[in-house]
Write a protein that binds this ligand. Structure first.
Ligand code: SAM
Length: 164
């Protein structure tokens, strides 16, 4: 089988979705921030910045179960109002060029934003966080608990054990 559509384990829950036909991403919700324009957005979010809300589509609300145990999480989002065709950019508009992949600019071929956020509280399908830098209404792609404090819930595999 091409996809990893293994059987469900006890208690796991799946929902009916169309089969994916390419690498297209599925938005899981929207991000609510106080930033209405690019000028209002910080260049990078701060953990002492304003509360922002990850508003998940209700079908994904249960996917937040357990997130409260983490102080930090990585949030991935789609910088939907970016152009996507620049190979080199001048971030300070001073003519000094940098390659797109040497920058964290929102302008990139796949405009994926990544922020490490502080988890403030969960309220059903809404997760309140601090540390975002995106415009109000930005599409949400994924949420992952902080890798440092994350101990996998699945059994270890041979490949997890370092060779000495
Ligand atoms: N923290 C993310 C990262 O490092 O991947 C994004 C950094 S990027 C420099 C943040 C900037 O992107 C904001 O200051 C704003 O100018 C711009 N931006 C925010 N939301 C956007 C959106 N939905 N579409 C396009 N640009 C956006």
């Amino acid at each position: 089988r091409a996809m990893d559509d293994t059987d469900l384990r006890p208690g796991e829950r799946a929902i009916e979705l169309d089969p994916p036909d390419d690498a297209r991403l599925r938005f899981i919700g929207r991000i609510r921030t106080p930033f209405a324009s690019r000028a209002d957005c910080p260049r990078q979010g701060r953990h002492d910045g304003p509360d922002c809300v990850l508003e998940l589509d209700p079908v994904w609300g249960g996917a937040l179960d357990g997130i409260e145990r983490f102080d930090f999480a990585d949030v991935l989002y789609w910088l939907d109002r970016s152009r996507r065709d620049l190979v080199q950019q001048s971030p300070k508009s001073d003519g000094a060029l940098r390659g797109t992949f040497a920058l964290r600019s929102p302008v990139r071929p796949n405009p994926i934003g990544l922020s490490r956020v502080r988890v403030v509280r969960r309220d059903g399908p809404r997760l309140v966080v601090r540390g975002l830098d995106c415009l109000d209404g930005t599409p949400l792609l994924d949420i992952k608990p902080d890798a440092c404090s994350y101990s996998p819930e699945a059994p270890r595999k041979a490949a997890d054990v370092a060779e000495s």
